[in-house]
Design a binder for this molecule. Structure first.
Ligand SMILES: NC(=O)c1ccc[n+]([C@@H]2O[C@H](COP(=O)([O-])OP(=O)(O)OC[C@H]3O[C@@H](n4cnc5c(N)ncnc54)[C@H](OP(=O)(O)O)[C@@H]3O)[C@@H](O)[C@H]2O)c1
Length: 303
């Protein structure tokens, strides 16, 4: 499949591909995946990495801020495709509408948008905001592939990593609800395939099985060699913890809504969408854990 991507990319990507959110979890992995295809890439973020993070010669870095849509024009000019990632915030649909308008004006003809699990049914706050953002891309008259991944395995490093490193604990109100976690690198590989011509996935992107928090903790313990356990907490305690770290009310509501969905088993659906695009099964949590184990072994505060 990688070889097929290479051929597709050469045949179809005669113009550069723009990657928004290029320093983040998914965007960084999209750069990696596209770099292997040999296409010209324009990587965009508010701060570009230092020389050590810029090995790939096919990647040109550009600074832009979604809050100032005209700052994207230099990146979009003459490009053929756009990986459209925006941070999770209440203003996401307006942000996306502004980017889409500029992409349309620049002559972009392929948009791959990072959306989220549940945007199809829009039953959660997260699904609704992503659904509105998807509609904003279509309303701008652009052709769009929407990628709708479930929770990233990487959240156990980025969001929950501190609790694991400092206390050996995963704390949440998710209880025994399982989630079909997906490796963000698989999401990125699907994005790269779609940016270079592969057909859109027909379903949400998930990992191969649904795991509850206790199973995730057991896997991290097994792979890292350090004891990690799941400590259930109440919704009220989770709400207080989110307020204590200063998250805005809307984002707190989104996260609590997701906890409720997951606790009820509503995020456990497993799909074949990753394999249908990549021609191989999605990564297992255990595979991800082996890759990430150093993050959990590092002293608290070091990552
Ligand atoms: N985490 C999950 O489990 C999950 C699951 C499904 C969908 N999603 C969706 O995935 C998206 C987040 O992706 P991610 O986790 O890869 O993000 P991330 O790691 O938080 O990275 C965000 C990226 O966006 C850039 N950025 C932030 N604000 C910007 C601005 N104003 N202008 C330009 N660039 C900006 C950041 O770089 P700078 O800060 O340098 O600008 C960074 O490159 C959200 O839409 C979320 O809803 C997440």
């Amino acid at each position: 499949m990688l070889q097929r991507n290479k051929i597709d990319a050469k045949a179809q990507c005669d113009r550069p591909i723009v990657v928004l959110g290029a320093t983040g979890t998914v965007g960084g992995a999209v750069l990696d995946a596209l770099s292997r295809c040999g296409v010209e890439i324009r990587a965009v973020a508010r701060r570009v990495p230092g020389a050590a993070g810029r090995e790939a010669t096919t990647v040109g870095w550009l600074v832009a801020d979604l809050a100032v849509p005209s700052s994207l024009d230099r990146a979009l000019a003459g490009a053929g495709a756009l990986f459209l990632l925006t941070p999770l915030e209440e203003a996401m649909p307006e942000r996306v509408a502004a980017v889409a308008a500029r992409a349309r004006a620049a002559g972009i003809d392929r948009v791959v948008r990072l959306s989220a699990y549940g945007a199809g049914t829009a039953q959660t706050l997260l699904g609704r905001v992503h659904r509105e953002a998807e509609q904003a891309v279509l309303a701008a008259g652009l052709e769009m592939v929407a990628l709708r991944p479930n929770g990233f395995m990487q959240n156990y490093v980025t969001q929950l990593g501190h609790g694991i490193r400092a206390h050996g604990l995963i704390t949440s109100p998710q209880g025994s609800g399982a989630v079909s976690l997906v490796d963000a690198r698989d999401v990125a590989a699907v994005a790269a395939a779609c940016l270079t011509g592969a057909p859109a996935p027909v379903d949400d992107l998930t990992g191969p099985v649904a795991l509850d928090e206790a199973a995730v903790a057991a896997c991290i313990s097994r792979v890292s060699g350090r004891a990690v356990r799941y400590q259930p907490t109440s919704m009220a305690a989770a709400a207080r913890a989110l307020a204590d770290i200063g998250l805005p009310a809307w984002l707190r509501a989104v996260i609590l809504d997701l906890y409720a969905l997951s606790a009820d088993g509503g995020a456990a659906r497993v799909t074949a969408a990753v394999e249908a695009v990549l021609g191989r099964p999605p990564a297992r949590f255990e595979d991800f854990a082996r890759h990430a184990r150093a993050h959990w072994m590092a002293p608290a505060g070091s990552a």
